[in-house]
Design a binder for this molecule. Structure first.
Ligand SMILES: [Zn+2]
Ligand SMILES: [Zn+2]
Length: 420
């Protein structure tokens, strides 16, 4: 086990007095203040080189910190060691008979997973183990906690689309700096699905292109499934049989191609135990096979689902499962939807093709592929304003280098602060 000192936690009774010492007298800076609702604690992080001090303030009388202070008074509360794989570390400790407070990791601050070792096993010191939000396998699998939910991005590889088509009226000299095109004018786009794990089960939001594209179209779209969704799901410890719900943002092949597999017995749902939750308006538009949009809708990606009786249709914006709700975002298609994920007072959003990559965080950087670009603009303007003002964590399904981050705005200039 390779552990690194992450931070030292100090329980404080009066945070203003504590800041007067640590910040004002010692000259440390508070970098982040975060509420950890599940623990009823407010944590103030003060970096000290490679590590940090964490001032812990109780936000309720039944908080563990309040109880600790009541028993022992303020002071050193815990040390935190950062480990690469918290589950592996806990398993190792268990086999050595080390007494644990948490046998399973739980969500901590900043998207981390944490677990405590009992002080009796650690010579009187409360030791916290932490696995930071991180890339499990480069950008193929990334994982973080959001309140009580675990969010894992799982890649189905990448594909390529014409750069001009992805940026609409934006001139190439502007977009090519952010998304360099290949010799055929195409830019690389990731295909990432989002796995949501909760006490009600496992949901996959979108599921990549799958393996049904023939050689000609695989070449046109530069499809590269060096790691397929099944492989990345396996790296996250999840088999296709373990998926309970597949939620479609829309039915384009790069989002729902993976829903159906070609087998010896024909086309079958790829996730055998899942319900497939699909907006009726999007389904009807996809079936229409209009010449303007049929290049992105392949009926083999969704008709077999209906034949297998595994589709749950719905019409209006609604909560799909506790903490997961959809909002219609017409523009890219008439019934495209964005997915809001809410837990522990935090909000993450899958905007899918409304904000496909970090280059699309400007209101007017809209794909020429969009069927109703003025509607895209109107939705995006509202959506991005709210995302910035309310600090929504954005998942960029198609961005080749960032899985999720916050959009920051300073002096009218927008940037993305990476989280995973
Ligand atoms: Zn699309
Ligand atoms: Zn897409």
């Amino acid at each position: 086990m390779k552990a690194v000192l992450d931070h030292v936690g100090i329980a404080v009774q009066d945070v203003d007095k504590a800041l007067a010492f640590f910040r004002d007298a010692l000259g440390l800076e508070v970098e982040v203040t975060e509420e950890v609702y599940s623990q009823r604690v407010r944590a103030h992080f003060m970096p000290t080189g490679q590590s940090a001090l964490e001032l812990l303030e109780a936000t309720a009388t039944d908080s563990a910190i309040a109880k600790y202070i009541g028993k022992r008074g303020p002071g050193l509360h815990h040390i935190t060691l950062r480990v690469p794989d918290i589950r592996e570390t806990l398993a190792q400790l268990k086999t050595r008979g080390v007494r644990l407070v948490d046998e399973q990791p739980r969500p901590g601050a900043e998207g981390a997973l944490v677990a405590f070792i009992h002080p009796s096993a650690a010579h009187g010191v409360l030791v916290e183990l932490k696995q930071a939000a991180r890339r499990l396998v480069e950008q193929w699998v990334t994982q973080m906690a959001l309140g009580d939910l675990r969010l894992t991005t799982v890649s189905d590889g990448s594909f390529r689309l014409d750069g001009g088509a992805m940026f609409g009226v934006v001139p190439r000299p502007l977009w090519e700096k952010k998304a360099p095109p290949d010799d055929r004018g195409r830019i690389v786009l990731a295909m990432r699905a989002l796995l949501v794990e909760a006490d009600w089960g496992r949901m996959l939001i979108d599921c990549g292109a799958g393996d049904k594209l023939d050689a000609k179209w695989s070449d046109i779209f530069g499809l590269e499934r060096t790691r397929s969704l099944d492989q990345t799901l396996a790296e996250a410890g999840v088999a296709p049989e373990a998926i309970d719900v597949v939620l479609a943002t829309h039915l384009h092949f790069d989002h729902m191609g993976g829903a159906v597999s070609r087998t010896a017995s024909g086309l079958v749902p790829h996730f055998p135990k899942a319900r497939y939750v699909i907006r009726r308006g999007e389904w009807e538009a996809a079936l229409e096979q209009h010449p303007r949009s049929r290049g992105s809708y392949f009926t083999d990606d969704f008709l077999p689902l209906e034949r297998a009786g595994v589709v749950d249709f719905f019409d209006e914006d609604r909560e799909i499962r506790p903490g997961v709700r959809v909002v219609r975002a017409s523009g890219h298609t008439a019934h495209h939807q964005v997915v809001y994920i809410e837990s522990g007072g935090k909000t993450a959003v899958c905007p899918a093709d409304v904000v496909a990559t970090q280059a699309h965080i400007q209101d007017n950087w809209i794909a020429a592929l969009d069927l109703f670009p003025m509607e895209s603009f109107a939705f995006k303007q509202r959506f991005l304003r709210e995302a910035i003002d309310r600090e929504h964590l954005i998942f960029f399904d198609h961005d080749p280098s960032i899985s999720a981050g916050y959009i920051r705005e300073k002096d009218g200039k927008r940037t993305v602060q990476r989280v995973i």
